[in-house]
Design a protein around this ligand. Structure first.
Ligand SMILES: Nc1ncnc2c1ncn2[C@@H]1O[C@H](COP(=O)(O)OP(=O)(O)OP(=O)(O)O)[C@@H](O)[C@H]1O
Ligand SMILES: [Mg+2]
Length: 359
């Protein structure tokens, strides 16, 4: 990681869409897509843990809401591990019907089931000496769970239609956007497997809890989607609305919003009208309540946190002056920053966005 909080994974593998499986094939079209951008306290902490965990061979479970960057984190773990010269194989457990998933993971012998015309190696074998990424692992059916448990315990399994054991050396990293623990309590996920998968757990924080990363991500995606290398400009109010939106779809939603804006702006400065309606919508993001409204104290806390960061940015980070302008004591400002865990890293990241952009 360099000082900018950006980790470059450019040399890492691209994504092959077919059948929910990714493999080691490089994909130049996604070059530049493999960077983890973030300078918020929470992301710096995560990046630090990745550095440490990657060096071990421990199994890792990556938790986090949809679109937060779990797959990126997994690829980085592989890229920084001793296994990096070996394959990185990803299987989306939710993308296969139950019966096919076992065939995909463990392979099969010719004639093992109707339609098995030729023998096929499974993903476990394909990942030998490398990393197998089990995405959406909560969706794994119970029969496949039993088989997976055995591989994790013994390193061995039998492809479908044989009783010949195959031995593999694979590091398993898994991820899920739903709570595995809840699946365990519902009797849908084996508890013994749960503990074996999450020897180490990494949590990718939702974007709304690290809004300081939004300007960095906006810049990152603008660069990535820049037509002919011309990075589009973005208006102050468009950037402000991106910063105040809650992004239920996390970084993926932000990525799509910027892509849409770049296309619609067609070389002009990006403005509110180029952003998706829900992002550009008027009023504070706290007003966009869906379902049951949240407790007022939570929402007030979020607003206060955002506003303090915004005010400090406008005041160039000068805390005493900021406290005076806000009509609170320095001590009170300091206490609030502590209460909301606003660290120096997040403030510095916020400071690197021009203050006028939010005015
Ligand atoms: N910190 C980040 N920096 C740069 N790009 C990011 C970051 N986090 C996520 N992305 C981008 O956002 C998109 C979604 O990330 P990813 O696929 O890793 O999320 P996910 O958590 O696996 O989502 P899902 O739960 O829906 O599978 C990807 O295109 C990824 O490149
Ligand atoms: Mg994913």
């Amino acid at each position: 990681m360099d000082g900018s909080g950006v980790i470059d994974q450019r040399k890492q593998h691209g994504r092959a869409a077919a059948g929910g499986v990714t493999n080691g094939a490089a994909d130049p079209a996604r070059a530049g897509a493999m960077e983890i951008v973030g300078r918020s306290q929470a992301m710096l902490h995560l990046l630090q843990r990745i550095e440490t965990v990657a060096r071990s061979d421990a199994r890792v479970f990556v938790a986090g809401e949809s679109g937060t960057g779990k797959e990126l984190v997994t690829r980085l773990l592989h890229a920084k591990s001793a296994r990096r010269e070996h394959p990185f194989v990803a299987v989306n457990c939710a993308a296969f019907p139950d019966a096919l998933l076992e065939a995909e993971l463990f392979g099969y012998e010719r004639g093992a089931f109707s339609g098995a015309f030729v023998r096929r190696e499974g993903r476990f074998q394909a990942a030998h000496k490398g990393t197998l990424f089990l995405d959406e692992v909560a969706e794994l059916p119970l029969t496949a769970q039993a088989k997976l448990l055995r591989v994790l315990e013994t390193g061995a399994f039998e492809p479908l239609g044989t009783n010949q054991s195959v031995q593999v050396d694979v590091r398993v990293i898994s991820a899920s956007h739903t709570s595995l623990k809840e699946r365990v309590s519902q009797g849908l996920f084996r508890e013994d497997l749960y503990y074996r998968l999450k020897v180490v757990q990494l949590e990718v924080p939702p974007l709304r809890t690290r809004r300081g990363d939004v300007p960095l991500l906006v810049e990152h995606f603008l660069r990535r989607f820049a037509p002919n290398g011309q990075i589009p400009r973005i208006s102050a109010r468009a950037l402000a609305s991106l910063e105040s939106y809650s992004f239920p779809g996390n970084v993926r939603e932000l990525e799509h919003a910027i892509l849409q804006a770049v296309v619609l702006a067609n070389g002009e400065e990006i403005d509110l009208r180029h952003l998706p309606r829900e992002v550009a919508g008027s009023g504070s993001s706290h007003m966009r309540v869906e379902g049951t409204p949240r407790p007022l104290s939570d929402v007030m806390g979020e607003f206060e946190r955002d506003y303090l960061i915004h005010a400090l940015r406008l005041m160039g980070g000068r805390k005493a002056e900021c406290a005076r302008t806000l009509g609170i004591s320095r001590k009170s400002l300091w206490q609030k920053l502590r209460k909301y865990a606003v660290g120096d890293a997040e403030l510095n990241a916020a400071m690197s966005t021009p203050a006028k952009a939010l005015a």
